[in-house]
Design a protein around this ligand. Sequence first.
Ligand code: ATP
Length: 305
Amino acid sequence: MSTSSESGIVASKPIKKTPNDFVFGKVIGEGSYSTVYLAKEIGPGTEYAIKVLEKKHIMRERKTQYVMREKEVLMNINHPFFVRLYYTFQDADRLYFVLGYARRGELLDYLHKLSSFDEDCSRFYCAEIVKALEYLHGAGIVHRDLKPENILLNDEMHIQITDFGSAKIFKEGDTSEENSSNQRKNSFVGTAQYVSPEVLTSKSASKSSDLWALGCILYQFLSGEPPFRGGHEYQIFQKITKLEYEFPEGFNSLARDLVQKLLVLDPDKRLGSDEMGGFDALKSHDFFTGIDWDHLEETKPPELV
Ligand code: ATP
């Protein structure tokens, strides 16, 4: 719809999309509460990944707040290293999130295929995650469930971080319980292998919890497995709170130093936290020598082979 003013300037209101504006194709993924379809917009022919959520299922499972959180966070993010939310709409039974299509799928699949990444790939993808976190934290958002499964890849093999159902938006200057601590008391946020000790002990996640996850991910890139492993979640949690992990032989020494500076029990003492010099200090670590931080998204990623 267009409205013309006396000045003759025509302002056009964005038209709300509907499912009829898209041709739905194959299923590209299934989550616990959603099905993701490859879809093409009729007319422009642009491809998207459309996440479809059944309202009844979400309500039955009491997941409404996570779905709303994901939408709110995605609407606040505008950066090339994150999956972009283009449109949302709904019909009587379903919610639709129209997302940028990360054609190359999950980074985890590449890790499984290759067993581990070489140093160049580990450095490059770790740097992209650092750049993404710098943006995210700068926007006052903590991801809280960072892991290789939630890192998708676009056509050019750059990262597209997704899954903001556990994320938290920090309001500046708000120190209330609601803002400073985890709202899901008695349950941890995230995934066992990547969860930070403070989430396990005090149930509070901060920006620094994402830095812990980054340490776990870098370790996994180079060794093929996350640092804290066990048959049961309880065993994994025990190891995390005791900082019980070992480096395999031959682990790159600069990467080892970086991992050790990220996997620190005190969240304020992790490299990249405000107290430890923030992202500038993290980006200056010797492991990242050679990374062109200002042009990462234009840099051709090293081949994952
Ligand atoms: P759960 O809800 O169980 O934690 P999830 O968060 O992975 O699972 P979804 O976000 O619905 O659930 O995604 C399901 C799968 O669809 C993902 O594992 C991913 O492989 C694929 N997928 C999701 N978003 C995109 C996207 N934008 N581009 C390409 N594939 C996607």
